[in-house]
Ligand binder design. Structure first.
Ligand SMILES: C[S@@+](CC[C@H](N)C(=O)[O-])C[C@H]1O[C@@H](n2cnc3c(N)ncnc32)[C@H](O)[C@@H]1O
Length: 366
């Protein structure tokens, strides 16, 4: 909770419309937070109710104003937190996230009522609500019904906000119902951010919001332009926040990929070392002069050289070499390069083995 000295300093030095929301979430209401801040400061409502909260963007903008400006308002958010045909249907995590934010920041004055709009009526005394925000399902019959059933709960000078007054597609009918109300009561419309209608029930219009409601056409356009500009900046900020989250997720994925890459490179290097060792052993064996042939030459010269090895020894050494290479093959089998080297080495060894066998045959037939 903001302390009251701080709250009054903010109110004095800045227009509340210039506050920046501290809670962003997916919402079609992003661009109206500056007006929520301003209207709360202007009306200082005792009881604020929102019908239709979803992720809580608009509701927490009102709560932020109540808190930061020290208004002493009690606030209630009514929603089934199940969704509808226009907002889409969603799972339990949405309510959990709203409840967590509410418990953390605004438990002192804000209550979530998980109910249909009609089901929540019994919790409120007639003529007790000063500021009502209607943002449920948007068919004409819905918005009309929401307003009509809550009408007895509204104070004489209550102000009612309607979102999506500028949406015509998907059978939205808020614009039509608001047109009907605006013909009977003082009102104001914003066109940006899907449209926001402001309806004042009592007359005369409260002095603090008269400059808005009774503005000349030219002034009204200027007010709209300023709020559209402020709202546009919030849209940009929300989009950048979304990008920031995407970038953070991509960075995390990239870091994980780097780790995997480092591991894979380590494994490849280990395989390369094995391949090099295997290739060196194989090359050494292949390049060594065939022992039996030397022996055969020596025998032809009728003098056995001292280093002469028996044919069985040469075969044993070749077998040992093959065994070494076969065990290395297990490690190397995943490596294409390793397989190539092993196959070449094995072919050379088999070739050498064949030469030894034919030499042996020649020797035994002597
Ligand atoms: C457009 S969303 C609200 C958006 C929200 N004000 C924001 O700032 O983003 C409409 C919400 O109204 C709720 N809703 C619609 N009809 C309802 C009803 N009859 N009773 C209770 N909740 C309802 C839906 O569950 C949905 O979460």
């Amino acid at each position: 909770m903001a302390d009251h000295k701080n709250a009054s300093d903010i109110g004095t030095a800045l227009s509340p419309a210039s506050l920046v929301p501290d809670y962003f979430c997916p919402s079609g209401w992003i661009e109206h937070a500056p007006f929520a801040f301003w209207v709360c400061a202007a009306l200082r409502p005792r009881h604020f109710i929102e019908l239709g909260t979803h992720y809580g963007y608009s509701y927490f903008a009102f709560c932020q104003a109540i808190d930061r400006l020290g208004l002493g308002t009690t606030a209630y958010a009514v929603d089934t937190w199940q969704g509808d045909e226009h907002a889409g249907f969603y799972d339990e995590s949405v309510f959990q996230s709203v409840a967590a934010q509410n418990n953390e920041k605004y438990p002192a004055f804000s209550t979530l009522i998980r109910s249909t709009f009609e089901g929540a009526l019994g919790y409120f005394a007639d003529r007790s609500v000063d500021l009502l925000h209607i943002d449920g399902r948007h068919f004409y019959d819905d918005v009309k019904n929401d307003f009509m059933i809550w009408r007895p709960k509204l104070a004489e000078d209550a102000v009612v906000l309607f979102h999506d007054t500028n949406v015509r597609e998907r059978e939205f009918g808020v614009w039509k119902f608001f047109d009907e109300l605006a013909a009977q009561h003082p009102s104001f419309r914003f066109f940006h951010g899907h449209g926001l209608g402001i309806l004042v029930l009592g007359e005369p219009v409260p002095a603090t919001i008269a400059p808005l409601i009774e503005a000349s056409r030219e002034t009204a356009d200027q007010i709209r332009a300023v709020y559209a500009f402020l709202g546009g900046a919030l849209s940009t900020r929300a989009a950048l926040g979304g990008r920031d989250r995407e970038i953070a997720a991509l960075r995390a994925a990239l870091a994980k990929r780097d780790e995997e890459l480092a591991e894979a490179l380590g494994a490849i290097e280990a395989q390369n070392r094995l391949i090099t060792a295997g290739a060196e052993v194989a090359d050494a064996a292949v390049s060594r002069p065939p022992v039996v042939i030397q022996q055969s030459d020596a025998m032809q010269q009728s003098a056995a050289p001292e280093h002469c090895t028996a044919p069985g020894d040469a075969l044993r050494r070749a077998d040992e070499l093959l065994a070494t290479l076969q065990s290395a093959q297990c490690e190397l089998s995943k490596s294409w390069l390793g397989r190539q080297i092993l196959q070449a080495s094995r072919a050379r060894l088999q070739n050498q083995d064949g030469q030894q066998k034919s030499s042996n045959h020649r020797l035994s037939s002597l």
